[in-house]
Design a protein. Structure first.
Length: 279
């Protein structure tokens, strides 16, 4: 994983997200890009920096440099770049920059510290989940980085879910993490413990990673079921796969992944089905 992009709005929670991204960059020996998005609220028009208040841009860059120095005080060996991005919406601006510059991972806050920030930041992360082709980690507010010792992958046993295990294991190997496959039962597909044990054994053999276990989540509410598992097993990172229905309007859909991202207390790594990158 060569490059990680994170965004800050200079709030306490936004800076906390940057610190989480910096800690990951240190583990993976990745370059870190810290961006701030200057939203123009102008649709379908690219605005040059010369059309923007230069004093405001200067202040944004100064704030980014202060944040960079704060991060370097804790992580002196990191390679960090700062950039102010300008666009009509934060999620499209981050998405376009990330895809154009071959970013390997996006780290973004799920929520803000007040009602307005929760609406804006939650919207940005939710829309990135729906639209981005790049893996991203959503960081809930008040979440501090800790080494990722246990990963939970919520799966419904679709083929692309199991294919994603290769990317998850690439991530897990950096921490020597344990991986728990949480099999989500549908009403018409009840799995027995014996079936889950056999599936887990096959996955373990397929990916050649020994620290894998399987569990069944039988809960009416997906998020509550995941949280109950977390309380019992102390999960450090939740992983979900965003499925894309090419025949639907993705901008109007409300996926399980988005719902969980808006309610979870865990860092959430989102991978996109059909685009399984090795992060």
């Amino acid at each position: 994983m060569r490059t990680i992009l994170t965004a800050s709005d200079f709030s306490k929670n936004g800076n906390n997200t940057v610190e989480y991204a910096a800690s990951l960059a240190e583990v993976f020996n990745s370059r870190l890009i810290i961006c701030h998005v200057n939203e123009t609220f102008t649709q379908n028009i690219r605005i040059s920096e010369s059309a923007i208040n230069t004093e405001l841009l200067s202040e944004m860059r100064s704030n980014l440099e202060l944040l960079k120095q704060k991060i370097l005080n804790k992580h002196p060996d990191l390679s960090i770049d700062c950039i102010v991005l300008t666009g009509s919406t934060s999620h499209e601006t981050i998405k376009n920059y990330s895809e154009e510059n071959h970013i390997d991972l996006i780290v973004i806050g799920c929520t803000g510290t007040n009602v307005i920030e929760r609406k804006l930041m939650g919207s940005t992360s939710s829309k990135l989940i729906l639209s981005s082709t790049i893996p991203l980690i959503c960081i809930p507010e008040h979440t501090n980085y800790s080494p990722i010792k246990r990963i939970a992958f919520a799966t419904d046993l679709r083929e692309d879910n199991l294919s994603a295990s290769h990317s998850i294991i690439t991530f897990a190997k950096q921490f020597q993490s344990e991986i728990s496959f949480l099999f989500i039962d549908k009403k018409d597909e009840i799995h027995t413990e014996e079936q889950i044990s056999e599936l887990t054994r096959k996955i373990r053999e397929k990916v050649h990673y020994p620290k894998i276990s399987g569990y069944i989540i039988q809960h009416i509410n997906l998020n509550k079921g995941i949280n109950a598992f977390h309380k019992k097993h102390n999960i450090d990172l939740l992983v979900m796969l965003k499925h894309v229905d090419e025949n639907s309007n993705i901008a109007l859909s409300k996926s399980n992944t988005v719902y969980v991202s808006e309610h979870t207390t865990l860092p959430l790594l989102v991978l996109r089905s059909g685009i399984i990158s090795v992060i």
